[in-house]
Design a protein around this ligand. Structure first.
Ligand code: DGJ
Length: 678
């Protein structure tokens, strides 16, 4: 059986003879009270190998659980980077195809297919991509969260046993484990060896670290299958979603670089337009005059795309009704959306529209005509309502065609450049697998029919942020909170996996609707600047100074977006968690933009100089404050002298190792700095 020789630092080219020697060199001794042969785990570890940890595959037929023992039946290599391994268990009639590919940047992708060749049906209960990590990986990082507080890191030490995360939301979830990282002691953004795994799937899933008394530590992940959900009759197959893995010898920033390159290569994006989104500006109060005024002000400050959020459909005056009826409300929009879209186009912006195609309200024509299309569990009972709505059973071909037809009618009638695709509930019944696959098919069908159409993935904010949905969408709404302090953390950690240009970030009202906290313009602008930026604020409430600041911010964004959205994401390991520094360094390291953010009162009266990692050690940079339209508030008797001089130049090595003194930022303030090559 094939097994992993090494997952870690690049060992350089090794001739086959050296690989064979290495394989021999790591055959372990046989310990007392164990199987009589050395225990070497295959790439699909199972009980019959002597492994008593979490298996790579598990299942049963009607007679009971099966314990497969595979042998290698075939091995195809295509090029240097892709390999297909065929495993069979002749007695049980099971065939497995493990496909492994490693991209140029070092991201490993694994997909596993299972085919039942036996005369009896086989029920698959677990299928996991499994990767070994060395014993020196003693710490774990993964994520949890809730609505408006997504991707909150949690850390623990890795002891014998399993740290196992399972999600059962029928969507990725606000508390998604997101990325599971094992690393050496004290790993951070810049330091430590780290091994990371992510399941590229938007339904129920599992991610585990399993550390065993045999001396093996495995990371594993895959979709979480419900009992009886995957029953394979003779000749039928099941295909797992991709699981992606990356290693870095230089901390979490190295993991981000690898994942970002992987995403950017597979799914390149056009320049990210500045958006105005109507949700927190007007909620359901959709009035053409009010929206036209918003469009006008938005265009005057440089916005490029107008997105009409929830509230435009027939009868949708609140969130209790009308999901499923994707027609324009004739009362509020007697001439359809044309007058608004024409106005938006005349102002030089393109138009985006909110939809929630996977959902249905009981108070809708669709539910009245087809109550049987509401997604139910096997008991045929409806799940609990959630935001007064239910999921539509998109696995039902008639329901699928109906929604596809309604969306197609909209896209044919109106020049819609962008759909904000929302999903606002846990399924709590019905098959997560079937529903997720049907949703993907619906997105794929639309993309095929409308090749230029951009889709934003949203799910009650950030409950569907993963590499499965990003294959078929262009932007993630990472959270419903526009509170910049919350966002600093959410964005920092979402950026572990996804490059900034795929992540939406909006300038909200001074007082955040989700937290009631008031923040200065400077922090709000600096927080949205780095990502796919937009505005979600009733601009009739902004005064002339606010609008001037927003114009400057948008002008800078347009100037810097090519750099921000192609460069390397870097984050300093903060000595004081109240003071963060993060930045984007150009691929050739010729320029960079950093933000220094003071989240709360710093520990020290005069904090240590801030380090700027990721710059080229030999290159000398000029450091200047970047004016985004509103700067930070400080409290100090004297600013650091370099700020006044305007001619600070230092080599990257010095900036990364010694750093520079910052002005004394008050809590909830940010300073944005530009680094350019001298
Ligand atoms: C939840 C989303 O996250 C919000 O941005 C908004 O689109 C609402 N749904 C609309 O109902």
């Amino acid at each position: 059986m094939p097994f992993f020789l090494h997952w870690g630092r690049d060992l350089g080219p090794l001739p086959d003879a050296a690989l064979a020697q290495l394989a021999d060199a790591i055959v372990p001794a046989v310990s007392p009270s164990s199987i009589d042969a050395p225990l070497r785990l295959s790439l699909l570890p199972v009980e019959s190998e002597g492994w008593s940890g979490l298996p790579g595959i598990a299942g049963a037929n009607d007679a009971g659980p099966l314990s497969p023992a595979f042998v290698l039946a075939g091995l195809d290599r295509s090029g240097e980077r892709d390999i297909r391994v065929r495993l069979v268990d002749e007695i049980l009639g099971l065939e497995v195809l493990v496909e492994l590919g490693i991209d140029a940047g070092g991201v490993l992708e694994s997909r596993i297919g299972v085919t039942n060749r036996a005369p009896a049906a086989f029920t698959l209960s677990r299928l996991a991509a499994t990767l070994p990590v060395p014993a020196r990986a003693r710490e774990l990082l993964d994520f949890t969260g809730r609505w408006s507080h997504e991707r909150r890191p949690q850390r623990r030490s890795l002891e014998h046993g399993s740290w196992s995360r399972q999600t059962r939301h029928g969507r990725t979830g606000h508390d998604s484990p997101f990325v599971l990282v094992a690393g050496t002691d004290g790993f951070g953004f810049q330091r430590g060896e780290v091994w990371a795994l992510h399941v590229a799937f938007s339904g129920d899933q599992h991610l585990s670290a399993d550390s065993h008394a045999t001396g093996h530590t495995l990371l594993s992940g895959g979709e979480l299958l419900a009992a009886g959900e995957v029953r394979l009759e003779t000749g039928q197959s099941h295909q797992s979603p991709p699981v992606v893995a990356a290693f870095s010898a230089d901390g979490l920033d190295g993991i981000s670089s690898r994942f970002h390159a992987h995403v950017r290569e597979r799914h390149p994006l056009a320049a990210r337009k500045v958006i105005v989104n109507t949700w927190e500006a007007v909620y359901f109060d959709q009035d053409i005059d009010r929206l036209a005024a918003l469009a006008e002000t938005a265009a005057s400050v440089g916005v490029e795309r107008f997105v009409l959020d929830d509230g435009w459909m027939t009868g949708r005056i609140d969130d209790r009704r009308a999901l499923g009826d994707w027609t324009v409300d004739p009362i509020r929009w007697p001439e359809g959306l044309h007058p608004l879209i024409d106005r938006v186009a005349a102002l030089g912006m393109d138009f985006g529209l909110w939809v929630e195609p996977e959902m249905v309200s009981t108070d809708s024509d669709l539910a009245r005509a087809h109550p049987e299309w509401l997604l139910r569990g096997r008991s045929d009972r409806l799940p609990q309502p959630w935001r007064q709505q239910f999921a539509l059973d998109l696995g039902n071909p008639d329901a699928f065609e109906n929604i596809l037809g309604q969306l197609t009618a909209l896209l044919d009638e109106y020049p819609i450049a962008y759909l904000k695709w929302d999903q606002n509930r846990d399924l709590l019944g019905g098959s997560s697998l079937r529903q997720t696959r049907a949703t993907y098919r619906l997105m794929d069908a639309l993309r095929e029919r409308y090749p230029g159409l951009e889709i934003e993935s949203c799910s009650s904010g950030g409950a569907r942020v993963d590499l499965g949905v990003i294959e078929r969408t262009d932007r993630m709404w990472v959270s419903d909170t526009n509170d910049p302090l919350e966002r600093q953390s959410i964005q920092r950690w979402t950026g572990l996996l996804l490059p900034p240009e795929y992540l939406g970030s909006h300038l909200g009202a001074p007082t955040a609707h989700t937290t009631g906290r008031t923040s200065d313009m400077g922090l709000r602008l600096a927080t949205a600047f780095f990502l796919s930026a937009g505005i979600e604020w009733d601009l009739s409430q902004a005064d002339a100074a606010d609008l001037r600041a927003i114009s400057t911010w948008i002008a800078r964004y347009k100037e810097f977006r090519a750099l921000l959205h192609s460069g390397r994401t870097v984050r300093a390991d903060a000595a004081d968690p109240a003071l963060l520094a993060h930045g984007i360094v150009a691929p050739d390291a010729s320029e960079a933009v950093f933000a220094v953010v003071c989240l709360a009162a710093p520990r020290d009266a005069v904090p240590a100089p801030v380090l700027f990692p990721g710059l080229s050690p030999e290159v000398t940079y000029r450091i200047e404050v970047l004016d985004l339209g509103a700067g930070p508030r400080v409290m100090q008797d004297l600013a650091p002298p370099w700020l006044g001089s305007g001619n600070l130049t230092l080599p990257g090595r010095v900036l990364g190792e010694v750093g520079i003194a910052m002005p004394l930022l008050l809590p909830a303030q940010a300073l944005v700095l530009r680094f350019s090559t001298v």
